[in-house]
Design a protein around this ligand. Sequence first.
Ligand code: HXC
Ligand code: NAP
Length: 273
Amino acid sequence: MATQLDFTGKNVFVVGGTSGINLGVACGFAKWGANVAVASRKQDKVDAAVEQLKALGANAFGTTFDVRDNEQVAAGFAKVSDFFTETIDILISGAAGNFPAKVNDMSANAIRSVIEIDLLGTYHVMQNSFQYLTKPGASVVNISAPQAFLPMSYQSHVCSAKAGVDMVTRTLAMEWGSAGVRVNSIVPGPIANTEGMDRLAPTPQLQEAVTQSVPLGRQGTVEDIANSAGIICSEFSAYITGAILPVDGGWSQTGATVVMDKLANMMDKMPKG
Ligand code: HXC
Ligand code: NAP
């Protein structure tokens, strides 16, 4: 067994891997020797991510698709499979959308957009991936959020979508176990300098309130999440499947719901528009 993380020659596909946390995860696997493919909607983001991965020495590939469109996802998997020429050893599924909004303030389409990206998109990615996964041996990670098990004001759409994502994880751990495919969720806490946190805490005061609510006293880094993905996808974790793993400095144990409610109250008082 290896004594440190080493993914030399492994094929890793990160869906939604062109910015923020997921790009950080893709870069982690690139540094650990993997071949890495990424996908998201915007060609310019895909191109920039592929350049970044190549600069780290990876054999890298990118393609565009919208996870809401099952046919686009199927075509994307076919292209990624052609690039790897072999099966996918590690699949990270992290495409997501979020904006803070109360239930009463969202149109039907606003609710649908987040449910479709996060939950239906996860189904599309999981279903289209299976034929290409290494069996036995593949590791699948869905990127969830604390909202999956902590109710937060202004976040009902994300709460319900991510709760669904974690249930897909747990169900697939059972359905795909006999094929030797592991399926887990990683639950990032507040991760500094990301789109997600910029949207949820759009002022320095709100950011500080979040930081203060984390038991470890800091927001996480994308490297924190990359490292946890490396560990859970490595052979050291060969018996872990169906796990919902918070990587959040303890945030979900204590402060998350309280601080998000505080944020919601502060947002209520902010000028609209
Ligand atoms: C109310 C809103 C809104 C807001 C958009 N909508 N923003 N409603 N309040 N702040 C409504 C729109 O008016 C529209 O409804 C519907 O949502 C769809 O919006 P579009 O812009 O047309 O959709 P689309 O271009 O498909 O974009 C999807 C998106 C967008 C989710 C709205 O924000 C996006 O692409 N996000 C991806 C990046 C992202 O969100 N990253 C953060 C992930 S962080 P109508 O009725 O007008 O048509 C995360 C968890 C973080 O997931 C957890 C931290 C702890
Ligand atoms: P981000 O930078 O906005 O990352 C989202 C990624 O998904 C981007 O690459 C985006 O690229 C892609 N994407 C969005 N909608 C898509 C769609 N419909 N089809 C295909 N790709 C799509 O956000 P982030 O903050 O780093 O969040 C990344 C993940 O971590 C998400 O799953 C989020 O829920 C989770 N998370 C984040 C935090 C946090 O603190 N930031 C905390 C907990 C959980 P395109 O725009 O090119 O499509």
